[in-house]
Design a binder for this molecule. Structure first.
Ligand SMILES: Nc1ncnc2c1ncn2[C@@H]1O[C@H](COP(=O)(O)OP(=O)(O)OP(=O)(O)O)[C@@H](O)[C@H]1O
Length: 639
């Protein structure tokens, strides 16, 4: 597992919401950059410094922090952490009605969207640039309500409540919760809407839509590699239920019971945070390793909320806290509790590590071994309580089956996407092939209408070959340099091309490395010149200079080092040298002119025209159709 260079603190942002109807417009804070200061009558002046302070009290002020700005200040970094392969967690903490759900989820309408939909949108669109079928996302939405775990994606209230387990290899595993495969933002938005519509909300004196449970959104991202390994990372976004003073609250009945559960679980969270803060201070004063002590770890087992968040808070996750506060004097005491909590969180040190690569077979094997050993213990009826062993075996079986099913589904999806991509490529290749064929046909038509057999100079109008024909034919006949890239040889005395391969004239062979194959109207020249871009990572220069790897005939339209071509993982790219103007340097691919700064991936059968003169067909794999066109195979060979 890769370790971060240095311990980092949790990123903490504070957001002041606007005044609500029940609050007298009496400010108790001032905010400037990253400091929020208490300025209230009869109160000690206190400053709190965080990573950022967001003032959303007044939309008419230039310093107003909108939902979009809030995302820029705190949300965007979560996406960066996730994309870089870290576990990441954002949690919102604050008094009831202070703006946690508004900040986290937002409201309908693009401008009012909260952090979670924004960051998911960003994350998914960044993932789109990765090779298709490689990353698979699954989402869970859970709620801890009255210390019970609820699956907000399940429509069956009667379903068995999910259970949290911390497995030494797998980490936090929620048994019995649905995890939805996510393929698009629309689908994710639907999942979010469904989950949030099932969250426990009630009207209280402080908030007509008060969350009565902690809502935990969990996105599991798995990057499947070709060597049958997987890198999994998780993103948590937690909208905590709001704290409220049990002595001063006006809530009663069921809402009061909920409040006691909320406050108790927040108290456990606070205790875990304080223990982590103490540990961080001890670590920095004694220089100790900082591994989480047993007693601190055990503390996380006190509540479902802390157990779920153990990964996010104990060091292997990049974590951000958004603390929300009311600007009003009437809520100052509660706001101070929030700011003190946020200060303690700020002192926690985490040593985040990138998620490790996991061998799929080895994980399934180790779960299977664990299951067999539990079964053995059960059959012997020894040691631990049989009921315990039984449920432990059930859990391991579920875990194993869920991983197997998930990975099989991921494999099926990847295969389907690969097939779709192959089909699309094939169609593209067919259209490129049609383009190339049409070009050839037109030229042949032009030639036949011209009547006479054209001279070499005319027939090969696309390549003004400046060589003696007899000499060239002699070279062709004697050449057997077919299969591999020629090393950069000394410039031949006759000034012809360097670093090229010639078809041997009788049994033309196709290149085995990504190549540019000369296409000419003269069948005596088509396919006879092959530029092999053989070595991965090497930049091959094309031009008329003797230093070029591939030397083009010197004409008015070609300059010294005019183009470069290179290979990356079997893919071929070309680009023109900057600063050389057209027509000296110009690249057309299938009739489209590239911009001077564009590096273009060349695909099999692409027709490339350099300096408006030299034509090449891109050859990436053995292909009878291209061979017939370029080398005359299947048409009785060359004459
Ligand atoms: N930054 C803000 N801009 C505009 N309105 C806000 C902002 N923050 C909160 N509000 C409004 O304040 C009210 C309470 O906000 P919200 O429901 O998000 O609080 P909460 O902290 O989630 O409360 P609870 O803990 O009770 O669920 C809502 O009407 C919300 O629209």
């Amino acid at each position: 597992m890769e370790k971060a260079n240095n311990d980092e603190t949790v990123f903490v942002g504070v957001r002041l919401r606007p005044f609500l109807g029940y609050e007298a417009r009496q400010h108790c804070f001032t905010a400037s950059r990253n400091v929020i200061s208490v300025r209230a009558p009869d109160r000690k002046k206190t400053d709190f410094a965080f990573d950022c302070v967001m003032d959303s009290t007044d939309a008419s002020k230039p310093s107003y922090v909108s939902q979009e700005k809030c995302y820029d200040m705190i949300g965007r970094r979560i996406v960066q952490h996730s994309i870089s392969g870290y576990h990441a967690c954002l949690f919102c903490y604050g008094q009831t009605g202070s703006g946690k759900t508004f900040s986290c989820m937002g409201k309908k309408g693009e401008a009012e969207q909260g952090l979670l939909p924004r960051l998911l949108q960003d994350l998914l669109s960044q993932m789109e640039s990765l090779p298709s079928g490689q990353v698979h996302c699954r989402a869970q939405i859970l709620e801890v309500y009255n210390e019970k775990l609820r699956d907000l994606l399940s429509d069956k209230d009667s379903a068995k409540a999910p259970e949290i387990h911390v497995h030494p290899r797998v980490g936090v595993y929620v048994d019995g919760a649905i995890d939805m495969q996510i393929d698009s933002m629309e689908q994710l938005q639907k999942v979010l809407d469904t989950g949030m519509s099932r969250a426990s909300v009630a009207s209280t004196a402080r908030n007509p839509k008060s969350s009565r449970g902690h809502v935990i959104f969990r996105l599991l991202m798995e990057k499947h590699e070709e060597d049958h390994t997987v890198v999994s990372s998780e993103l948590f976004c937690v909208d905590l239920a709001g704290r409220e003073n049990e002595k001063t609250t006006k809530v009663t009945g069921e809402n009061f019971v909920e409040l006691t559960f909320i406050n108790r679980s927040l108290m456990w969270l606070s205790q875990c945070i304080q223990a982590l803060g103490r540990q961080a201070r001890k670590r920095s004063s004694s220089g100790s390793s900082g591994a989480l002590e047993g007693s601190s770890r055990a503390r996380f087992r006190n509540s479902k909320l802390t157990l779920l968040l153990i990964n996010a808070l104990t060091g292997n996750s990049k974590t951000c806290l958004l603390a929300t506060v009311s600007p009003a004097v009437v809520n100052l005491d509660e706001s101070l509790v929030t700011l003190n909590f946020a200060s303690t969180v700020k002192s926690i040190k985490v040593a985040a590590r990138r998620a490790a690569k996991m061998d799929k077979d080895s994980l399934i094997q180790s779960l299977n071994d664990e299951l067999q050993s539990l079964k053995e213990q059960l059959s012997k009826g020894t040691e631990r309580n049989g009921q315990d062993l039984h449920s432990q075996a059930g859990l391991v079986r579920n875990m194993m089956e869920s991983y197997k099913a998930r990975w099989e589904e991921a494999q099926k999806n990847a295969d389907m996407l690969r097939r779709q991509k192959d089909d699309a490529l094939q169609n593209l290749a067919i259209s490129r092939w049609k383009f190339a064929k049409a070009t050839v046909k037109n030229e042949l038509r032009e030639e036949s209408s011209a009547g006479d057999k054209p001279s070499l100079q005319q027939a090969n109008g696309d390549v003004q070959v400046q060589v003696d024909v007899a000499e060239k034919q002699k070279r062709l006949a004697s050449s057997d340099t077919v299969s591999s890239a020629c090393p950069a040889a000394a410039p031949p005395a006759d000034g012809t091309w360097l670093n090229w391969t010639l078809g041997d004239g009788s049994v033309p062979k196709s290149p085995r490395t990504p190549s540019l194959v000369l296409y000419s109207k003269d069948p005596g020249f088509s396919g006879r010149l092959i530029f092999h871009v053989a070595d991965e990572g090497r930049k091959y220069m094309l031009g008329c200079s003797p230093h070029c790897d591939f030397r083009l005939p010197q004409t008015l339209t070609s300059c010294s080092e005019t183009y470069s071509a290179w290979q990356e993982s079997g893919r071929l790219f070309i680009m023109q040298t900057q600063g050389i103007p057209p027509p000296c340097a110009s690249i057309e691919v299938n009739g489209d002119r590239l911009s001077p700064t564009e590096a273009k991936e060349l695909l099999h059968q692409d027709l490339v025209v350099l300096s408006q003169t030299f034509r090449f067909v891109v050859f990436l794999r053995p292909d009878p159709a291209v061979q017939a066109l370029l080398f005359g195979v299947g048409k009785g060979g060359r004459t």
